[in-house]
Design a protein around this ligand. Structure first.
Ligand SMILES: [Fe+2]
Length: 171
C-alpha cells in the first residue's frame, strides 16, 4: 500500500498565510479545550482569508489545525471519515515524522488518541513514514503516529479533507 505521496505544490505562500491566520485568531484556535490535537475551524472563514488553500480545484470539506504539544502521539486512526487528506506544514514540522503501521487487530472508527480503544502498539508492525517538509497526501485511516524531535516546541500542521475522491494523488 502507498501510505503517502509528497505533492508538487508551492505550499510556502499558503503555509505563511495560515501561520498569520493562526496568530490572528489564536484565541479561538490555540485556546480550544479539545482532548485531541485537532483544532476545528470554520473552513469558509479560513478559506476567505487564505484562498491559496484551494489546491488543484478540489472542494474543501474539512479543515483543521493539528497542534501537538507532545513528542509522541499514540498509534491511532483519525476519526474524520476521509480516507485521504492533504497536510501542510505550518510551524515546527521539521524534525518530525509520521509513521505508519499495520496491525492484525480490527480497526474501529473513532480509534483516536483520546479514545479508550487505542491501538495496541505491541501488535503493530512499522511499515513506512514521511516527514512533513512539504504538502503531502496521506491515509489517515491507516494506523499512524506522529513523533516530533523538537522538544518544547508545539508542532502545528494544517490538515484538509475534500469532497472529491483524491485517491488518484497516490499514483
Ligand atoms: Fe492522526
Amino acid at each position: 500500500m502507498i501510505y503517502y505521496r509528497y505533492l508538487d505544490l508551492d505550499y510556502k505562500p499558503c503555509a505563511e498565510k495560515l501561520r498569520e491566520y493562526i496568530w490572528e485568531y489564536r484565541q479561538d484556535i490555540l485556546a480550544q479545550k479539545t482532548v485531541v490535537s485537532f483544532k476545528h475551524t470554520d473552513r469558509n472563514h479560513v478559506m476567505s482569508k487564505v484562498p491559496e488553500l484551494k489546491p488543484m480545484n478540489l472542494t474543501v470539506r474539512f479543515l483543521a489545525f493539528f497542534v501537538g504539544y507532545w513528542q509522541e502521539s499514540r498509534i491511532h486512526i483519525d476519526p474524520d471519515m476521509a480516507f485521504a487528506r492533504i497536510n501542510f506544514p505550518i510551524i515546527n514540522c521539521e524534525n518530525s515524522v509520521t509513521k505508519f503501521f499495520t496491525t492484525e487487530d480490527p480497526l474501529i472508527r473513532g480509534m483516536t488518541t483520546a479514545g479508550l480503544s487505542t491501538i495496541d502498539p505491541a501488535r503493530c508492525q512499522y511499515v513506512d513514514e514521511y516527514s512533513l517538509t512539504q504538502a503531502v497526501v496521506f491515509r489517515p485511516k491507516e494506523p499512524h503516529q506522529v513523533i516530533s524531535h523538537n522538544p518544547q516546541k508545539p508542532r502545528i500542521s494544517c490538515t484538509v479533507g475534500f469532497f472529491e475522491d483524491i485517491e488518484y494523488l497516490f499514483t
